[in-house]
Design a protein around this ligand. Structure first.
Ligand SMILES: NC(=O)c1ccc[n+]([C@@H]2O[C@H](COP(=O)([O-])OP(=O)(O)OC[C@H]3O[C@@H](n4cnc5c(N)ncnc54)[C@H](O)[C@@H]3O)[C@@H](O)[C@H]2O)c1
Ligand SMILES: N[C@H](C(=O)O)[C@H](O)COP(=O)(O)O
Length: 344
């Protein structure tokens, strides 16, 4: 589902974090960056105050999704989502959690209605939302929940970290490490790899995706002597995927699948848990990797970093990952639109 030539829907994220800073800087440099048009779902007063704090003269305009592309050239288009409490940069406040969540909800609704091209989310602070009763581990699970509600079916999200050096995703996402072995099943690995393969073709233009699947245990279990899951859970998943025509290899020892020569042998890696995937992703490209959620009925990207509260309002936060997220959302949605129109 893509909104054609519509603007991207960018959510404000936690208003005390660096999301507002990065959005203002990105818009300010839109011409030399040749950025795709976006509108920001957020509080105009907060944005104006942060621009002044950063010493940036940035015109804001209340917009609609339909006017945003034309507005983007002369002002930062804002779809107002009003905050409850005053914002102090670097000082998160659970009183604003409702508005943070509402901005995400509206971005999804507009994108699923074809009024926005894709969703790009500025960072939220999970603990702040939890403190206000938010019942999901983060955007990834919340987006899948809302999409599933809209479609009347279960939507399984895959959290892909996409950068110039590596694309990688974990099978299990925001669960405690102690719970990972119990959560790993052959079915979950197969489903994750199938979604990854499908979206790499549909939204990344990879004709025949090669997927490298990691083991769980050291040395991928060392033939069972260092753990059983690699042989009893992961290997059957690889066999099932290959029997179904997906070019999957594994289970691979995780410590020798991320150096340059290894990375040249696959299009994306699938790991068993959060840090097994995100450590190499953020080590190889912290400032130019993007968090892209696969498996959704719309495109969603996010910077690969968080709210960096200590940097908010200082002018020192780097906008690179947000810029890459805006560009990737546009590229992914455009690839899907081309694929869909050629299949029609
Ligand atoms: N996409 C998201 O919404 C997202 C992603 C990761 C973490 N988070 C949340 O953010 C909060 C803080 O998490 P954290 O401290 O683990 O990670 P973080 O990414 O906010 O910060 C980690 C380190 O990187 C630095 N950093 C982050 N972004 C930067 C930028 N653009 N430019 C320069 N330096 C930057 C920070 O100053 C800090 O030193 C947590 O609540 C976490 O849940 C959200
Ligand atoms: N786990 C990701 C990371 O560490 O970058 C990030 O927190 C994802 O958060 P969302 O599900 O809110 O995108």
């Amino acid at each position: 589902m893509t909104g054609g030539n519509a603007a991207l829907a960018l959510t404000m994220g936690d208003p005390a974090g660096i999301g507002p800073d990065l959005s203002l800087v990105a818009w300010h440099n839109r011409a030399n960056l040749r950025l795709p048009a976006f509108f920001l779902l957020g509080d105009p007063d907060m944005l104006g105050a942060r621009a002044r704090m950063l010493g940036l003269d940035i015109p804001l305009v209340d917009t609609t999704p339909e006017r945003a592309v034309s507005d983007f050239a002369r002002a930062l288009p804002v779809l107002p989502v009003r905050l409850t409490a005053d914002v102090h940069a670097g000082e998160p406040d659970t009183a604003n959690a409702g508005a943070v969540i509402e901005a995400i909800r509206q971005a999804i609704e507009l994108t699923m209605a074809g009024r926005a091209q894709a969703v790009v989310t500025n960072p939220i602070a999970k603990s702040v939302l939890y403190g206000a009763g938010f019942g999901f581990p983060g955007h990834t699970e919340y987006l899948a929940h809302l999409a599933g509600d809209a479609l009347g079916r279960t939507v399984t999200p895959i959290m892909l970290l996409a950068g110039p050096e590596l694309r990688v995703a974990p099978v299990t996402i925001h669960i405690p490490l102690a719970d990972v072995p119990r959560a790993l099943t052959t079915e979950a690995i197969v489903e994750a790899a199938r979604i990854m393969s499908h979206d790499l073709s549909l939204r990344f233009g990879v004709a025949r995706p090669r997927i490298a699947i990691s083991g769980l245990n050291p040395h991928a279990g060392e033939d069972g002597s260092l753990g059983a899951e690699d042989g009893t859970i992961i290997a059957p998943a690889v066999a099932e995927l290959r029997a179904g025509g997906i070019d999957a290899v594994g289970p691979l020892p995780a410590d020798t699948m991320f150096h340059a020569e290894a990375r040249a042998t696959y299009d994306a890696a699938l790991c068993m848990y959060h840090d097994q995937a995100l450590i190499p992703a953020k080590t190889l490209g912290f400032h130019d990797s993007v968090n892209a959620t696969l498996g959704l009925p719309f495109v969603r990207t996010s910077p690969d970093h968080g709210t960096a509260f200590s940097l908010a309002g200082t002018g020192t936060a780097r906008p690179d990952s947000l810029i890459a997220a805006l560009r990737l959302a546009n590229t992914m949605a455009s690839a899907e639109a081309r694929h869909t129109s050629s299949a029609a």
